[in-house]
Design a protein around this ligand. Structure first.
Ligand code: HEC
Ligand code: HEC
Ligand code: HEC
Ligand code: HEC
Length: 446
């Protein structure tokens, strides 16, 4: 009898324990998975909120690291965040952009918090500049684009838009309020992905960690009188596909003075160059992996929003994947020096071509069809050179592609020079090394 009671009590206790254990397991299973660094929301953020400080209430680490981008001032060999004029550093650029505002003022990019100070200070902005130039500079834009549409935004003058632009780059440029997911916020980039038959909403999280940078770090041009922002990807993202597209719509940014070449300007195609099968792209590495490494704040892990040159903190930026950081840094040096030298050779070839085309154009008896062939070669060579020159990282993002493009650009530029000499029937136009002989060297245009 006593033994029976004990058994019943034991079975009872075991059943209760089992029930409790099951309950605990069910409870644990129903808990949402640990979400990295996203803390309980304490403030509701309105959709497209332009003021990053309001988002910062919920995400203090992301916010304070974003603010740090205002303070970065350190230069690196080819990049970094110091104020640096590309035109005084390499006066060849003054010649290559002659007749276009880039020959007046063209500086090394700085951190994201500086966008409004820098765009308002540049001499490239004049009384007739359109608001389009604010497109990649402010977290006010997603809200303004939703309100007025991109075409109406771009049709306004820069100065007329200024009162509505109060915030530099901020959370609303990259995140959807509430869900905090990464989003394409630039309507021109949305259209560009569509034109390629790509729906960014199907991208993986890792793909979005690069695509979100494509909101701004892509090449573009302005369509029509209203200067509508257009990303020329309809034929693909390679330099050849972009040239084919801009040739097809007969686009040019300006006509090169005295040479008569219709030039198209390339603009920081960081996303395009990186995606052209670079080693890191093929390995599934994203822009954020190198430029937004994870940091720790106590138990919390967060992505550094202090976006800058990874060479300023290589241990964080590269060390998470590469154990021998010194070794990969040495590789970066070799890559950048090699690409820089190739870029200078292309510039010298382009300048020789321009001088020859100008001379041929000045002669009344030059053969017009040969002269036009020379201009067409110059147009393509200059865009290819600019595709690499205006892209950031001095070739590191994709060394093979950068050197391939510069090699072809140099070839086309030398062909352009030869065509011009042929057009003029004047072998003296085959003179090379013209820039080296220039004394004094050109200075930025007033
Ligand atoms: C494998 C690492 C890596 C990846 C991935 C990467 N970058 Fe970079 N990035 C670098 C390095 C290294 C530099 C050169 C910095 C320097 O010269 O100081 C650089 C330079 C830059 C710069 C200029 C910064 C400066 O200070 O000169 C920008 C802008 C940039 N990258 C944007 C991007 C974008 C956008 C992507 C994705 C499309 C990307 N990067 C992918 C490593 C990376
Ligand atoms: C230039 C684009 C960009 C801007 C601007 C930006 N973020 Fe992010 N943010 C990212 C990327 C990329 C990630 C990484 C997301 C991932 O891994 O899925 C991220 C991640 C996050 C996360 C997830 C946790 C973490 O740190 O990885 C939070 C929270 C966040 N950002 C908050 C903010 C807030 C708040 C702001 C404004 C103060 C902001 N972000 C501005 C690109 C941006
Ligand atoms: C809303 C537009 C926009 C987005 C989105 C954006 N950038 Fe930028 N980025 C800029 C502009 C504009 C500058 C130059 C600012 C200046 O010089 O004042 C810049 C500068 C930079 C620099 C140079 C910083 C320095 O101190 O040298 C790096 C690196 C960079 N961006 C990387 C990225 C990466 C990586 C992403 C994606 C995670 C990204 N950017 C997303 C517009 C953007
Ligand atoms: C998220 C991981 C990751 C990060 C971060 C990363 N790399 Fe890499 N890196 C790789 C992988 C993967 C490869 C390809 C390795 C291979 O194929 O052997 C690679 C290859 C390289 C190579 C050899 C490229 C070639 O074509 O031979 C260099 C140089 C390099 N990385 C430099 C850097 C530098 C500098 C940084 C920091 C700015 C960096 N990496 C950050 C993953 C990364």
């Amino acid at each position: 009898m006593k033994k029976n009671t004990t058994t019943i009590i034991m079975v009872g206790i075991i059943s209760v324990l089992a029930a409790v254990l099951t309950g605990v397991l069910i409870f644990l299973k129903k808990q949402p998975p640990q979400v990295r660094a996203v803390i309980q929301s304490i403030a509701t953020i309105q959709p497209l909120e332009a003021d990053s400080s309001l988002w910062g209430v919920n995400f203090p680490n992301e916010y304070s690291s974003l603010l740090q981008t205002a303070n970065n001032k350190t230069p690196t060999t080819y990049g970094g965040s110091a104020k640096k004029s590309y035109l005084t550093e390499d006066p060849r650029l003054v010649l290559l952009f002659m007749g276009y505002p880039f020959s007046k003022d063209y500086n090394q990019p700085r951190g994201h918090e500086n966008t409004l100070i820098d765009i308002r200070a540049t001499k490239r902005v004049t009384a007739t500049t359109h608001a389009t130039c604010y497109s990649c500079k402010s977290s006010d834009n997603p809200g303004l684009w939703a309100q007025m549409g991109m075409e109406a935004y771009d049709a306004k003058l820069f100065s007329d838009m200024t009162p509505d632009i109060n915030n530099p780059i901020g959370c609303a440029n990259c995140h959807e309020a509430g869900s905090m997911r990464l989003v394409i916020t630039n309507p021109a980039v949305e259209v560009a992905f569509q034109s390629e038959g790509v729906d960014w909403r199907t991208f993986t999280r890792q793909q979005m960690r690069s695509a979100v940078c494509a909101n701004c770090h892509v090449t573009y041009y302005f369509t029509g009188e209203n200067k509508v922002l257009t990303v020329p990807w309809a034929n693909g993202m390679s330099v050849e596909a972009i040239i084919q597209y801009e040739d097809g719509v007969n686009f040019s940014d300006w006509i090169y003075p005295d040479a008569g070449t219709p030039i198209m300007k390339a603009r920081h195609p960081d996303y395009e160059l990186f995606s052209a099968n670079s080693t890191h792209f093929k390995a599934g590495v994203s822009c954020a992996d190198c430029h937004m490494p994870y940091l720790r704040d106590g138990a919390m892990k967060y992505s550094s929003h202090d976006i800058m040159s990874p060479l300023l903190d290589p241990q964080q930026s590269c060390g998470q994947c590469h154990t021998d950081v010194e070794n990969v840094l040495a590789r970066v040096s070799v890559i950048q020096d090699t690409v820089y030298q190739a870029k200078i050779s292309t510039e010298d070839a382009l300048i020789d071509a321009i001088i020859a085309i100008k001379a041929a154009a000045a002669k009344s008896d030059s053969a017009p069809s040969l002269l036009d062939e020379a201009r067409s070669l110059h147009r393509h060579a200059q865009f290819m050179w600019d595709f690499i020159s205006s892209a950031n990282s001095m070739g590191f993002h994709n060394p093979d592609e950068a050197l391939r493009i510069l090699r072809n650009a140099t070839d086309l530029a030398r062909q352009a020079q030869m065509k011009a000499a042929q057009a003029a029937g004047d072998a003296s136009l085959l003179t090379t090394g013209v820039y080296e002989l220039m004394d004094p060297k050109p200075t930025p245009m007033p």
